[in-house]
Design a binder for this molecule. Structure first.
Ligand code: NDP
Length: 359
């Protein structure tokens, strides 16, 4: 009973710890892409994702090393921890929606999508979206470490597939936090409000669902995936990363230093008035090549564990497909309103939405 209760509150304690680290560790102050809806000024953010991640991993390791908290504690209490995180995610989501003025949509839509784009924060010391993504990323990393540690404690070795799956998820998390600033230029920041989708999503779904391949495969024996096949999964993951990171970086360079080439790709543009769009490089193949990259990375993570017959793992790439196709549709609608005729010209030039020559 005591373990269940401690397990339930473990994410609460971890989230409080991450919040304190985020508040007190030094951070870079950066100007973002989104404007304050009242003053029209560009919002400023404080970013310190990587130091918070390093200290959190260090604490996990130290507690295990001292024998105070077993390395695989988060694995052992995973279901209680999931319940605790989920409860906290719900409380947060209700608290960030209910007190604020309705958007005019039914309250259930407001609850899911949120009412505030950028919830107020004292002197912008903590930005709600940055905080949510940071919690999600760090907790996912701790879960991944704990699950892999569990495998080692049970079998006395780490199967290559498990190691690869854990490493790719770790790469994914570090990549996100290293490029934290670039993400200020993404849809989540300029088009989404904070409600259940983002709140519960980051406090629960992100740190617990994203490792579903590991979660469902960790209790299984070494699947003995041949090395050449593991190598193919690595290549798929890297290809996905290049497409996703490459497209995001090319757009980021374009928005911040419009004339500067990115990796030797000189920006080619179409423009009308002061509106401009990129039409070459990653943005010349399809209108959301980065989404394809994300799906490929998800696929590689799922396959790496070596149990393609287990349906649970497939939920991860499937989730990306279900998330990103409607998102592409929404974004195209948004861009069509914002860019007008220029968007029409762009869609005629770059016909494919996500997958070149296919979709
Ligand atoms: P994009 O990075 O594609 O951004 C879309 C925006 O970019 C548009 O609204 C428009 O914004 C601008 N834009 C579109 N076309 C052009 C162009 N040709 N030239 C210049 N600007 C253009 O989408 P997201 O923000 O949705 O995704 C960002 C990243 O986050 C992707 O890699 C995605 O895969 C990833 N992601 C990851 C998730 C995860 O859980 N791992 C979940 C969701 C996304 P503007 O009006 O400002 O110009």
């Amino acid at each position: 009973m005591m373990t269940n209760l401690t397990g339930f509150f473990t994410p609460w304690i971890i989230y409080a710890g991450i919040t304190l680290l985020h508040l007190f560790l030094p951070g870079r102050r950066v100007t973002g892409y989104v404007r304050d809806s009242q003053t029209g000024e560009l919002l400023k953010y404080r970013l310190n994702g990587i130091p918070v991640l390093i200290i959190s991993i260090g604490l996990w390791f130290l507690l295990g090393f001292l024998g105070w908290v077993s390395y695989d504690w988060l694995y052992r209490i995973r279901w209680y921890s999931l319940a605790g995180a989920s409860t906290l995610g719900l409380i947060f989501s209700f608290a960030i929606v209910i007190p604020y003025t309705s958007t005019g949509k039914p309250w259930i839509a407001d609850l899911f999508f949120g009412r505030l784009e950028n919830p107020p924060s004292g002197k912008r010391q903590i930005d709600a979206k940055i905080w949510l993504y940071l919690i999600g990323a760090v907790m996912l990393q701790l879960n991944v470490l704990s699950f892999v540690a569990h495998y080692y404690l049970v079998y006395g070795e780490i199967a290559p597939g498990v190691l690869l799956c854990g490493s790719m998820l770790t790469f994914f998390i570090w990549d996100y936090l290293i490029f934290e600033k670039v993400h200020l230029y993404t849809y989540d920041f300029f088009a989404e409000r904070v409600g259940l989708k983002l709140g519960w999503g980051c406090l629960t779904f992100y740190p617990y669902f994203y490792l579903i391949a590991l979660w469902s495969g960790i209790d299984l024996q070494n699947s003995h995936v041949p090395t050449w096949l593991l190598f193919c999964f690595v290549l798929t993951f890297l290809l996905g990363w290049i497409l996703s990171r490459g497209a995001n970086m090319q757009k980021y360079f374009f928005k911040t230093q419009p004339a500067k080439p990115f990796f030797g790709i000189k920006p080619q543009i179409i423009s009308e008035g002061n509106l401009t769009l990129l039409v070459n490089g990653f943005w010349g193949f399809s209108r959301h090549l980065n989404y394809l990259g994300e799906i490929l990375m998800g696929l590689a993570i799922t396959l790496s564990i070596g149990y393609p017959g287990s349906l649970w793992g497939w939920l991860y790439p499937l989730y990306y497909i279900l998330l990103l196709i409607p998102r592409q549709m929404d974004d195209d609608k948004r861009c069509s309103t914002r860019y007008g005729n220029l968007w029409k010209i762009y869609t005629q030039k770059v016909k494919y939405r996500i997958i070149p020559y296919l979709y």
